[in-house]
Write a protein that binds this ligand. Structure first.
Ligand code: OAD
Length: 253
C-alpha cells in the first residue's frame, strides 16, 4: 500500500491507462467542492442533526413534515450548486474506459448533471418522491410541502434509502459484479463507514484489482487500498485523468 499526500503514484496512472473494467465509488466528499455538506466531520450534516430523527422510516412516521422539510432544504441547496471538477473527471473516465460503472452513495444528482450515464445511485435520489403505499415515483419540481400520491392518495416520501432500509437488490448485484470483475476501482470522498458500499473495494481487491482511494483524510480503507492519495477529489481526479489520458475528450456540459 502506498500512502501519498496529494501525489499520484505512477503505477496508478499506468494501470488506469490500461484499464478495461473501471468502477468508481463516490461519497459525499465528491460533492463537497460544489458546496454540498458531507455527513460526517466538523461541518457535516450529522453534527447538528441526528440521523434517527431525519433519515429513518420511524422518523417519517413520527413527523413527516420535519423529514420532508429537511429533504426539501437539501433539494433546494443542490439545485443552486453545480458539478465540480471531480464530477467532470469521473464523467470523462466513462468516455475513456469501455466497461465503466459509477456507484454513488450521493443523492444529489450531480454526477448525472456532469454527464455520467452508467450510474447506480444506490441510496436513491433527492429529486424524486415515492408513494409509501403504491410505490409510484414522481419527479419533484420545487414542491415545498408534503405531497399526496395522485394514484392512491398515499403519502409521498423522499425516494431515498433510509437507515434500516434495504438497498435495491438488483443494483447491489450489479455493483458487486462490476467491482468483482474490475481491474481498477477508485473510491473517492467516502468515509467508508456505511455498508454495503464500504465493502465494494474489498470485492475488487479480492480479485486482484487495483484500488485507488482519494480522500482528504485517511479512512479504514487506507491500510488496505493499493494506494491512497490525500487531497481534494476535484484536484486529484482531474490530474489523474489528465496524466492517464491527456486533455478531456469533450467540453463540459
Ligand atoms: P461522509 O460524510 O461520511 O464522508 C465524507 C468523506 O469525504 C470523508 O471521509 C471526508 O474526509 C471526505 N471529503 C470531504 N471533502 C472532500 C474533498 N473535497 N475531497 C475528497 N474527500 C473529501 O459521507 P459518505 O461516506 O458519503 O447515507 O456517507 C455515506 C452515507 O452515510 C451517506 O450516503 C448517507 C450517510 O449517512 C444515508 O443517508 C443512508
Amino acid at each position: 500500500m502506498e500512502d501519498t499526500a496529494g501525489r499520484l503514484p505512477d503505477e496508478a496512472v499506468e494501470k488506469l491507462r490500461g484499464s478495461e473494467c473501471l468502477v468508481v465509488l463516490t461519497g459525499a466528499g465528491v460533492s463537497a467542492e460544489s458546496g454540498v455538506p458531507t455527513f460526517r466531520g466538523k461541518d457535516g450534516l450529522w453534527k447538528d442533526h441526528r440521523p434517527e430523527q431525519l433519515a429513518t422510516p420511524q422518523a417519517f412516521e413520527k413527523d413527516p413534515e420535519l423529514v420532508w422539510d429537511w429533504y426539501h432544504w437539501r433539494r433546494s441547496l443542490v439545485r443552486e450548486v453545480s458539478p465540480n471538477p471531480a464530477h467532470y473527471a469521473i464523467a470523462e473516465l466513462e468516455r475513456r474506459v469501455p466497461d465503466f460503472t459509477l456507484i454513488t452513495q450521493n443523492v444529489d444528482g450531480l454526477h448525472l448533471r456532469a454527464g455520467s450515464e452508467n450510474v447506480f445511485q444506490i441510496h436513491g435520489d433527492l429529486h424524486h418522491a415515492r408513494c409509501s403505499e403504491c410505490a409510484a415515483i414522481i419527479a419533484l419540481h420545487g414542491q415545498e410541502g408534503l405531497v399526496t400520491c395522485e394514484l392512491c392518495q398515499g403519502q409521498m416520501r423522499p425516494n431515498v434509502v433510509w437507515f434500516g432500509e434495504s438497498l435495491n437488490v438488483r443494483y447491489l448485484e450489479l455493483a458487486y459484479s462490476a467491482a468483482g470483475r474490475s481491474d481498477f476501482l477508485i473510491v473517492a470522498g467516502t468515509s467508508n463507514v456505511v455498508q454495503p458500499a464500504a465493502s465494494l473495494a474489498y470485492a475488487a481487491l479480492g480479485n486482484g484489482g487495483y484500488v485507488l482511494e482519494v480522500n482528504l483524510d485517511p479512512t479504514s480503507l487506507t491500510g488496505s487500498a493499493s494506494a491512497t492519495v490525500l487531497g481534494k477529489a476535484g484536484e486529484v481526479l482531474e490530474e489523474l485523468v489528465r496524466l492517464a489520458f491527456g486533455e478531456p475528450s469533450e467540453s463540459r456540459v
